[in-house]
Design a protein around this ligand. Structure first.
Ligand SMILES: NC(=O)c1ccc[n+]([C@@H]2O[C@H](COP(=O)([O-])OP(=O)(O)OC[C@H]3O[C@@H](n4cnc5c(N)ncnc54)[C@H](OP(=O)(O)O)[C@@H]3O)[C@@H](O)[C@H]2O)c1
Length: 314
């Protein structure tokens, strides 16, 4: 099976409907992620399976995500559609979204990725005031990079994943691509992405597995020592997530893994161009890509939609 492609809005780019979230590549501290060898294997297998859309960012794994991608894609750059981001800097995720540093960041990404163009450049989780394209020069600079052929499409990866944020981005920035959080537990953005698609904006969906929760392998006693998730959730957050996941489990058709059901739920939304689960191993990548083989039954999609309206996380 090779993955289907969907248009990335009206950007002219096509994205595999399941893409590769590349934050995990080389991310030993953030995700107890794979080292270089396994990272190269993941990218190689992704291309073989037709999973050609790749989402990275310059600070991921202190720059190693982009570096490993560059190595893996050497000599076959044209087989992948690469999305990277500006606004946080390696090492250590230092935040600097200054407009006069965009070109410097692009040069660094091009060098790590061993390429001379970026398919998509997103402003990475900008603060709210940078989402008003009428007030800041960022989007004119991005458009100049598009005109120069260095970047093919630009947009914004939102920060808080709220409807207000996303509407402001759509209305003022000229973005042709946006990236936001959507999964069975966080469905608040579904209405806004319908507006994005209507306007011809490509939609990239991140965290489709709720950062691992929707695989069903965690419960209220889970702790994440050894990776960054240890800092993200209080005991109360973990308890609430565990409860929501147990409810979600009851909606999954027999014989289907929870992770695959979660991915199929996202794919069932026609407004979405690509969904980018992060993979820590070739096995996870293969399982994620296999989710695209069949659609989720319509009644299950409806049941998960109804669950999303009542669940406590959004
Ligand atoms: N602000 C931003 O721009 C931003 C923020 C977040 C993410 N992203 C992008 O979105 C991508 C996806 O989001 P995410 O990685 O944060 O969350 P995610 O895709 O919801 O979860 C990924 C995690 O789920 C687990 N997993 C993946 N496939 C699995 C499978 N088949 N079976 C069981 N477990 C599986 C793995 O962790 P364990 O095995 O350890 O559980 C993996 O690290 C990232 O890689 C990144 O490219 C961007």
């Amino acid at each position: 099976m090779t993955l289907r492609k969907r248009p990335l809005g009206r950007s002219g780019l096509q994205a595999s409907e399941i893409g590769l979230g590349a934050w995990q590549l080389g991310a030993r501290w953030e995700w107890s992620g794979p080292g270089e060898e396994e990272s190269l294997r993941i990218v190689d297998e992704a291309l073989k399976l037709g999973c050609t859309f790749v989402d990275t960012a310059s600070p991921y794994a202190d720059g190693r995500s982009e570096e490993y991608l560059g190595r893996a894609l050497e000599g076959r750059r044209d087989q992948a559609v690469i999305c990277t981001k500006f606004g946080f800097w390696a090492p250590g995720y230092q935040e600097d979204h200054s407009a006069d540093r965009i070109e410097e960041a692009v040069e660094l990404s091009l060098s790590r990725l061993r390429t001379d163009y970026l398919d998509v450049l997103l402003i990475h989780s900008p603060p709210f005031d940078l989402m008003d394209g009428t007030a800041v020069p960022h989007y004119q600079i991005l458009q100049r990079l598009v005109d120069a052929g260095v970047v093919r499409a630009y947009g914004v990866a939102d920060r808080a994943s709220s409807a207000d944020e996303l509407r402001r981005i759509l209305e003022t920035t000229g973005s042709s691509v946006i990236e936001t959080n959507i999964n069975a537990l966080e469905q608040g953005q579904l209405d806004v992405i319908a507006e994005a698609a209507e306007a011809g904006v490509g939609v990239i969906v991140r965290t489709p597995l709720a950062s691992g929760w929707l695989s069903g392998k965690y419960d209220a006693s889970s702790r994440f020592a050894g990776d960054d998730r240890d800092n993200w959730w209080s005991e109360e957050d973990i308890r609430r997530r565990a409860g929501a996941v147990e409810e979600f489990r009851t909606l999954v058709p027999e014989g289907l893994s929870m992770a695959q059901a979660a991915l199929r739920f996202v794919l069932a939304q026609p407004e979405i161009s690509t969904v980018i689960p992060g993979a820590k191993s070739v096995a996870q990548l293969r399982a994620n890509v296999a989710a695209a083989e069949e659609p989720l039954p319509a009644e299950t999609v409806d049941a998960i939609r109804a669950f999303g309206k009542t669940n406590p996380l959004r």
